[in-house]
Design a protein around this ligand. Structure first.
Ligand code: PLP
Length: 334
């Protein structure tokens, strides 16, 4: 007997792009070396710091509540307050009411894309990716097929070996666009659109009265896998998506979304419908690290140097083994 799925159901029942990637990642190991997508690195000093947090939590009375009580649909209150205080100390104009937690940022993109894009009053609102290539995980997130549109980049050649994708500055945003989304740094290229490009996107979105979603999964302040010191504070009109995954906690599935209160409230309702509440475990581990600012030391002393060294090693290997070939790689910026 074959199951009759709805039109939406059929879309999700088929193995999609991100489903294939996650399937491959789960099978990877000694035999299969993933050269594209993969798990974040298990950096010994960082894992040791997390193990210490887990050990402290295991001895703490609070664990009973972490495990035994749902948080509100916006996420653990103590974590939201610690995040707001942490971001404020870095100059972000953020209150706890601007922040919602999710079960990973992938989950947040599903919610955001479907809140902002899709059919409305007989017409179709679309998500615009203003520069591509972009993160494959966006592709299947909108429930309605055909609701993502994208723009090609300009390509700048840099030196003998590098190139860089640049935003096409002739950015016309049609009336049917419901939101813009850009990852910064970008997976898969390591591109970081510069401050002027980001400002152009912000102003263009504001002029249309639509949000600019910035996927900061690899950006600053954490995990800060960035070649340059670039941190862009959240501003009203922007939706900043962050994650604990790339600091080394992908399996705790914790995403952090900073947005205007109206959008944060909508995400909270969607969280309740989809998950009742986000997990408490990631928040319980990260809250002390935010309060003590130890998270900054982990990023600066271990995570950032680790990926910088890996980048140099990959470039050196390319030169060593394929130096004769006419290749270029995207300038590694994040
Ligand atoms: N955004 C980008 C650019 C990513 O590369 C990933 C995962 O690889 C995600 C978001 C989603 O990460 P998570 O759902 O683990 O927070």
């Amino acid at each position: 007997m074959s199951t009759t799925f709805s039109d939406y159901g059929q879309r999700f029942a088929e193995l999609n792009s991100i489903g294939q990637l996650m399937h491959d990642i789960a099978l990877s190991g000694d035999q299969v070396k993933m050269l594209g997508g993969g798990n974040p690195a298990l950096i010994p000093e960082v894992m040791q710091a997390f193990r210490e947090q887990f050990a402290a939590l295991a001895q703490d009375e609070a664990l009973t509540y972490v495990m035994g009580r749902y948080s509100g649909p916006e996420g653990d209150r103590a974590c939201l307050e610690a995040l707001a205080e942490y971001f404020q100390s870095r100059g972000w104009p953020v209150q706890p009411e601007n922040i919602v937690l999710s079960n990973g940022s992938q989950n947040a993109f599903f919610c955001l894309f479907n809140l902002l894009c899709g059919p409305r009053q007989g017409a179709m609102r679309k998500l615009l990716l203003p520069i591509t290539p972009e993160y494959i995980g966006y592709d299947d997130s909108p429930i309605h097929p055909g609701s993502i549109v994208s723009r090609r980049p300009e390509i700048a050649l840099i030196g003998e070996r590098f190139f860089k994708y640049r935003l096409d500055l002739d950015l016309h945003i049609a009336d049917d666009i419901g939101a813009l989304c850009v990852s910064r740094p970008t997976n898969p290229t390591g591109n970081v659109i510069d401050d002027q490009e980001l400002e152009l996107l912000r102003q263009s979105a504001a002029a249309k009265g639509i949000p600019l979603i910035v996927d900061n999964a690899y950006g600053a302040p954490f995990p800060n896998i960035m070649a340059e010191d670039i941190e862009t504070p959240w501003q009203p009109g922007m939706i900043m998506c962050m994650s604990l995954s790339k600091i080394g906690l992908p399996a705790l599935r914790t995403g952090i979304i900073v947005a205007d209160v109206e959008i944060a409230d909508a995400l909270r309702s969607m969280n309740a419908t989809m998950n009742l509440a986000p997990s408490n475990l990631g928040p319980a581990i990260i809250t002390p690290l935010l309060r003590s600012r130890k998270i900054d030391a982990l990023c600066e002393q271990h995570i950032r140097p680790y990926y910088r060294e890996r980048t140099q090693r990959a470039l050196a290997a390319l030169e060593q083994y394929a130096g004769e070939l006419p290749w270029r790689v995207h300038q590694p910026e994040g």
